[in-house]
Every structure is written in C-alpha cells, then in structure tokens.
Design a protein around this ligand. Sequence first.
Ligand code: GDP
Ligand code: MG
Length: 217
Amino acid sequence: MEKAKAGHRPYTSQLARKENLFKVLVLGDFEVGKSCLVNRYVHGVFTNNYKATQGVDFALKVLQWSASETVRLQLWDIAGQERFTSMTRLYYREAAACVIMFDVTNKASFLNSQKWKEDLDNKVVLSNGTPVPCILLANKCDLSPWAVTKEEIDLFSKENMFIGWTETSVKENRNINESMNVLVAKMMDNGEGVAALSGNGDYINLQLVPTPGYGCC
Ligand code: GDP
Ligand code: MG
C-alpha cells in the first residue's frame, strides 16, 4: 500500500474549512408538524406518529454550504409544552434563527403564531440587537380546505416581521429543504443573493431560490 507523503494533505481534507454552528428553534402549536419537519429534514423520512420525549428534542443537520463552508444546524424541537405558547429564556438563549410553523387547516394554530413570535422577540435578540430571523411555514398544504387565505398569511407575516413565509408539506416533502436553505442563507447573510430574497415578510418564491450545489454531508 502506498504511504501518504509527509506533509501532503489529501485534497478532500482541504474542503469544509469553515464551520458554522447555529441554534435553530422550531416553534408552533401542538400537532402542526414540527417533529415531522425535523425528522424529514434531518433523516429524510416522514413518520406519521412520531412521538418525541417530553421537553426539548435535539437534532443535528449538517450541510456542506459551499466548497469551504460547513453549516451545522442544531434544531431545538419543543415537545409537550405547546399549550403554554411560551418558552423559558434559557430555551431561547443564543438562538440564531427560528421556524414558526402552523397548520393551514387549523386557524387557531395560525393565530397562535403571533404569540410564538412575540415570545421569541421578547426573550432573545441577536448579539447585534436585531431580531432573530424567523420564517413562517404554512404546513400541511397538501390538505384542503385551508382555514386561512394566502392574503391573510401574507399580511400577517409582514405585520409580525417574519423574514417571509411559504407553504410546506412535510408529508409530501414540499419546500422543506428549500425553505430551510432560505433561513440558512439569512444566517450566513452577506446582504445579497438568496438572503436578499427574504426579509420583509413577503411570500418566498422558492422557485427563485438557488439551492447550494453541495447538499448534505
Ligand atoms: P408537532 O406536535 O408539531 O410536533 O406535530 P407532529 O410532527 O407530531 O405532527 C402531527 C401530525 O400531523 C402527525 O399525525 C403527522 O403525520 C401530521 N403531519 C405533519 N406534517 C404534515 C403534512 O405536511 N401534511 C399532512 N397531511 N399531515 C402532516
Ligand atoms: Mg412534536
């Protein structure tokens, strides 16, 4: 077997030099699909009755964001505490981004998204004092009829200062990686490119969002 020459590093080890670790919160009412989202995003599967332990469930998603940058997302999924529409400051501490999810067939879960957003903004800000970027996901878009209109969601998203919103179906794997990429781009923000496509609460047209050419590692 050929020995590696001293001092020579294989090409692959020179990739992924810069590591970024982000804490991402997943909030929303009970049964809107939070745990399914995490499961789908991290493990690529949809489990109908995924039961998390009570408290907070953690999952790690690793993305090769560019040739030289790795992104590690530590996803914090709440379980069994949804009825309070509130979490402790400790839970929010050092969060870099947030997903607030509701069920399009459940109006109360949509209205409660406002409480979740208020709780988030009252308890944490980024180190530069700005709000934690938060995306609004209208989940279960595979079901009908919807209990809210797209116009209502749009207005709501702008008024409550989400970076933007989009419809998702964790079940049918629609817009999951794409919407998470928007959030990652926001955290990696360079003020242009993908990040510039969101920010003012608008509907996020995911057709316009290029996916990083590297994917999961
Ligand atoms: P959580 O309480 O927010 O964590 O919700 P779960 O992830 O446990 O999901 C609650 C229920 O909604 C489960 O029965 C899932 O199968 C279902 N569910 C989750 N996402 C979707 C979706 O996109 N479409 C449909 N039709 N059902 C979904
Ligand atoms: Mg859950």
